[in-house]
Write a protein that binds this ligand. Structure first.
Ligand SMILES: NC(=O)c1ccc[n+]([C@@H]2O[C@H](COP(=O)([O-])OP(=O)(O)OC[C@H]3O[C@@H](n4cnc5c(N)ncnc54)[C@H](OP(=O)(O)O)[C@@H]3O)[C@@H](O)[C@H]2O)c1
Length: 287
């Protein structure tokens, strides 16, 4: 058994890699920057979803014990049409390398046959491979490593178009722990998991928690849609992605993320991590 993790320098893949390391299961991380951006000591290769000449690279990696790739974790590129290259790569991996198991990182609203990653999900169903689709809600690490990190640190502000929508923020560590199971269990899961955190919080409540952990005032600034799109574009997001993020935030403001479940505990055997635990552990990144 050997696992190929695309999105190899990203929040969830690096955490899955740590779990694989602990379990002594061979893996390779794959992303455009490859080894240059992977955690030191972790095997990594250069791979670009948008350049099919790189598709062979992860399979040229020499795994201990001469293992072949048994399962692939699929993290989409930030592209207007991520499904086409992902489907092409899945077909390549199945036909040329006999891979028969895929775990797809999708979003809250993904559904088979739907837009964007829904097309990849549908394709996995159509070709009859073993699969699992993860549909996590919003990551807690958006505050510590992602989109909100710099503004919390530099301005004491969180900008969104979410209003007072409640979200069961989930940790990338819990998403990784869920992903680990369908990647490595002998029995395929062949299902999707809506991966949710332990409590429903608004962004005002997140700001209050950060204020209390950091001992300084952090506030949530609610923007209307167009203001939010402009702000995201000013920090470098392409227009299609700025619009996409804003539409997700507006949907969350309308209550679309106001849901709870026990998926993390059901799949991993332990409850999901709280936002307070993450804020306490990550304090230094906002100082
Ligand atoms: N953040 C959230 O709240 C949230 C919620 C639900 C779902 N999601 C989904 O989660 C996924 C992101 O997962 P993540 O947070 O683990 O990753 P991440 O931290 O966003 O990192 C993205 C990864 O993709 C790689 N990448 C980007 N473009 C690429 C390309 N053209 N070819 C190859 N690799 C490429 C990047 O590495 P290089 O730069 O080295 O290529 C990086 O390793 C997205 O599909 C997102 O929609 C996120």
């Amino acid at each position: 058994m050997a696992i190929l993790l695309t999105g190899g320098t990203g929040k969830t893949s690096v955490r899955i890699a740590r779990l694989l390391q602990d379990a002594k299961i061979p893996f390779v991380l794959a992303s455009r920057r490859g080894e240059a951006a992977a955690p030191s000591g972790m095997p990594a290769v250069k791979f670009d979803w948008l350049d099919s000449s790189t598709f062979a690279t992860p399979f040229q990696h020499e795994f201990p014990g001469d293992e072949g790739v048994s399962a692939i974790y699929l993290v989409a590129p930030e592209a207007a049409d991520p499904a086409s290259p992902m489907i092409a790569f899945v077909d390549y991996a199945v036909k040329e390398h006999g891979v028969n198991r895929f775990v797809l990182m999708a979003g809250s609203s993904a559904e088979p046959g739907g837009r964007l990653l829904g097309q990849v999900w549908q394709h996995l169903n159509d070709i009859g491979v073993e699969y699992c689709v993860l549909r996590p809600t919003w990551f807690m690490e958006n505050f510590s490593e992602g989109i909100h990190c710099a503004t919390v640190r530099d301005e004491g502000k969180i900008y969104t178009a979410c209003g007072d929508g409640k979200i069961s923020f989930v940790s990338a560590s819990d998403i990784a722990a869920v992903a680990f199971r369908p990647l490595t269990d002998e029995k395929p899961h062949n299902t999707d998991y809506r991966v949710l955190g332990p409590e429903l919080l608004t962004h005002d409540e997140i700001a209050a928690k950060l204020s209390s952990h950091l001992g300084r005032e952090i506030t949530h600034v609610n923007l209307i849609g167009e203001q939010r799109i402009q702000r995201l574009m000013r920090v470098g997001l392409p227009k299609h992605y700025a619009k996409f993020i804003t539409s997700l935030e507006v949907s969350a403001g309308n209550g679309d993320e106001n849901k709870m479940n026990d998926a993390v505990e059901r799949v991993t055997g332990r409850p999901p991590r709280t936002f307070d635990a993450l804020a306490q552990q990550c304090k230094a990144v906002w100082e």
